[in-house]
Design a protein around this ligand. Structure first.
Ligand code: APR
Length: 304
């Protein structure tokens, strides 16, 4: 786990408590990852987990990791868009991925740092990994937010809901209500268009809603859970279809860009990009979202 801040530490907690892997927390701040790792380990006797969890500032301690999760960077502050973070976080992601990938050349890399899709480009270049081993966490979180709002609106259990979100992890993301279901029933049969539109908009604003409530920092419980979901899929070779940012090579009519699509995730990373049929409106929204990602990637210069 590169970055032992709110998201990195929350992911570490989930993985350690699930007992699925040894965890190394790394941060640039001396003492921070060591303190959080020790604190997590000390919960072991109470919670019954016995995987190893260590904190470090030295990449040598991360050697031969199966999965590298990159959360290092600056989090959004109120009034700050994900895009404002672009160049600062590109510099950080470039530096940390270069080092982490050198020590774990066979790892699958999960990028969490925002602006997400652009940071995937930075990570792909800095790691030199094949595209299937670089994947971004966005759609799992955005879909979880969408599902939460559906469950609140209908008064049903969130686990009863299913949905995915396409496109970039930003204001242009594309929730696809047509494919969302509750207990197998398509959402449009359960809600009015007005309700759906409201939920779609709240999903798009989901990150900002948390930022404005917290006042300092951004969301970490749901991002942590979403990242852990992807880690389990990879570590346990689960072959699950999850919405993730993956580099497209012709799929969805996009070439070379990282953008959110349903992928089949397994121990090899992105095993398959799943192509779903989109109607004209969805295709147009996806195109606008991809264009927004392209614009950011264009600003990355030598980082991409
Ligand atoms: N090397 C290692 N760690 C670094 C570096 C670096 N070069 N630069 C920053 N960090 C660390 C910080 O010291 C901090 O502990 O990254 C951590 C980031 O943690 P937080 O500030 O708590 O941010 P967090 O809420 O975890 O979000 C991290 O995930 O969801 C995204 O938008 C969010 O881009 C942000 C990222």
């Amino acid at each position: 786990m590169i970055g032992a801040g709110n998201v990195g530490a929350t992911v570490a907690q989930r993985v350690v408590e699930a007992g699925v892997a040894d965890v190394v927390l790394l941060d640039i701040i001396a003492g921070l990852p060591q303190g959080k790792a020790l604190d997590l380990a000390e919960a072991g006797p109470l919670l019954g987990h016995d995987v190893s969890v260590i904190g470090t500032n030295d990449y040598a301690d991360t050697a031969d990791s199966t999965v590298i999760v990159v959360t290092s960077g600056l989090a959004r502050q109120p009034g700050m868009s994900r895009d404002d973070l672009l160049l600062k976080n590109a510099q950080i992601v470039n530096a940390v991925v270069e080092q982490a990938a050198r020590h774990s050349p066979n790892a699958v890399l999960i990028v969490v740092t925002n602006p997400l899709d652009a940071m995937c480009h930075v990570a792909l270049k800095a790691s030199g990994f094949p595209r299937r081993r670089v994947v971004g966490m966005a759609g799992v979180l955005d879909a979880a937010r969408f599902r939460t709002f559906v469950s609140m609106e209908l008064g049903v259990s969130p686990v009863n809901t299913c949905a995915f979100v396409l496109g970039g992890h930003g204001d242009t993301m594309v929730p696809v209500p047509r494919y969302a279901t509750v207990g197998g029933v398509p959402l449009p049969q359960l809600m009015s268009q007005e309700q759906i539109d409201r939920i779609v908009q709240r999903t798009r604003d989901g990150g900002a809603e948390i930022v404005s409530l917290l006042k300092s920092g951004s969301a970490f419980y749901a991002p942590g859970a979403a990242t852990a979901e992807m880690i389990y899929a990879i570590l346990e070779d689960r072959h699950v279809i999850l919405p993730c940012s993956a580099q497209l090579k012709g799929e969805y009519g996009v070439d070379g860009l990282f953008v959110g699509v349903p992928v089949r995730l397994s121990s090899v990373g992105v095993e398959e990009i799943v192509q779903v049929e989109l109607n004209e409106e969805e295709r147009a929204a996806f195109g606008r979202s991809a264009a927004a990602v392209q614009e950011l990637v264009g600003k990355l210069g030598t980082y991409a």
